[in-house]
Design a protein around this ligand. Structure first.
Ligand code: NAP
Length: 327
């Protein structure tokens, strides 16, 4: 088969469409013939050499894909999946390829009403947002969620899912166009972080009390502002470090407001944990997608061998939602 190989750490030119060995399924895995894959910010970090794949994962980038089951590996006969089934898949790597081997617990059916190609945009954002905002952050109907980077793949999904669950959603983004898209997706308040101080605006919009949950992709540079933006009993869930990995934390403020700060990553979790998240997503999130309450937000679709150009577009941050790669 062919895959996008990272020839050495570096700029997008190091991504090369190369002939590589076919994947061989382990016990409990199937091989998926890939129709489409999606670009995630983490793929850029992997390309730069700062986010290596976990042990045992394929070395090629790509954290999600859609396609058809092409081979049933050992011990998958009773898995409920059959040859030819259309699936979308949460991966630890290897999505920028023609085929990938994956544990059956990480397969999801393509939701009714979503095309096979569009389905590639869903697994990583659905699993990340469900596990962090609902399983970790325990967001409840009537509470307020602050989502940073509302125009991102993660942000566009988080806004829709929280809105569908009856939460009030506040989001940040860096352009008026992105803010308008966020409002269309269900954001109640959209803050231009380049023009306004988000902490001041969050306080104004919440009558001084702050938000209940924050889904944060910035890390260090937003830690202080996030802690100041939380209401009593608030939960900050950090999933990205685009603003650096360290900062000072005011424990006094945490103590007085009874706050919690957690940071998680999906990719490195054991297969059993990922499978539990996938199963919860299938139960709680897929029905909303099938009803049309949550839509895949696809910025553009490009050809997989042209992954370098897709990375350039993501690095320029001109996209809203997901960039797809098709064969
Ligand atoms: N931990 C996990 O398991 C996990 C899983 C998936 C993703 N993630 C993380 O989630 C983040 C988003 O991933 P993605 O693939 O959705 O990336 P993406 O589509 O490239 O989005 C990144 C977004 O960040 C926004 N941004 C940049 N600086 C900002 C700032 N100061 N304040 C607010 N927004 C800002 C950018 O747009 P504008 O600046 O134009 O608004 C852009 O929309 C990444 O950090 C990724 O690593 C983590």
């Amino acid at each position: 088969m062919h895959a996008i190989v990272i020839t050495e750490p570096g700029d997008p030119n190091v991504l090369s469409w190369t002939e590589v060995p076919d994947p061989v399924p382990d016990s409990g895995e199937v091989v998926v013939d890939i129709a489409a894959s999606a670009v995630n910010r983490a793929d850029i970090n992997q390309r730069l050499g700062s986010y290596p794949p976990p042990k045992g994962a394929p070395e090629y980038p790509g954290l999600e894909c859609s396609g058809r089951v092409a081979e049933l590996g050992p011990d998958t006969q009773d898995s409920g999946w059959s040859l030819g089934d259309e699936v979308c898949v949460l991966l630890a790597g290897g999505g920028y390829a023609e085929r990938v081997a994956v544990p059956v617990g990480q397969l999801l059916p393509v939701p009714r009403g979503v095309s096979l190609v569009e389905a590639a945009s869903l697994p990583e954002v659905a699993c990340t947002v469900w596990s962090n905002v609902f399983m970790v952050g325990a967001l409840r109907s009537g509470e307020t969620l602050l989502v940073h980077g509302g125009g991102s793949g993660i942000g566009t999904f988080a806004i829709q899912l929280a809105h569908a669950h009856g939460a009030r959603v506040i989001t940040t983004a860096g352009s008026e166009e992105k803010l308008a898209r966020c409002r269309e997706l269900g954001a109640d308040v959209a803050i231009n972080y380049r023009a306004e101080d988000f902490v001041t605006r969050v306080k104004e919009e919440t009558g001084g009390s702050g938000v209940d949950v924050i889904l944060d992709i910035m890390g260090g540079s937003y830690l202080e502002g996030n802690v100041r933006s939380l209401a009593t009993g608030g939960r900050l869930v950090i999933i990205g470090l685009m603003g650096g990995r360290s900062a000072e934390l005011d424990l006094g403020r945490m103590l007085v407001k009874r706050l919690s700060v957690q940071a998680t990553t999906l990719r490195a979790r054991p297969v059993e944990e990922k499978s539990r998240i996938v199963s919860e997503v299938s139960e709680h999130v897929w029905p909303l997608v099938e009803q049309g309450t949550i839509r895949p937000i696809v910025d553009r679709t490009m050809e997989l061998p042209n992954a370098a150009e897709a990375h350039r577009i993501m690095e320029a941050s001109s996209h809203v939602g997901k960039i797809l790669l098709t064969r």
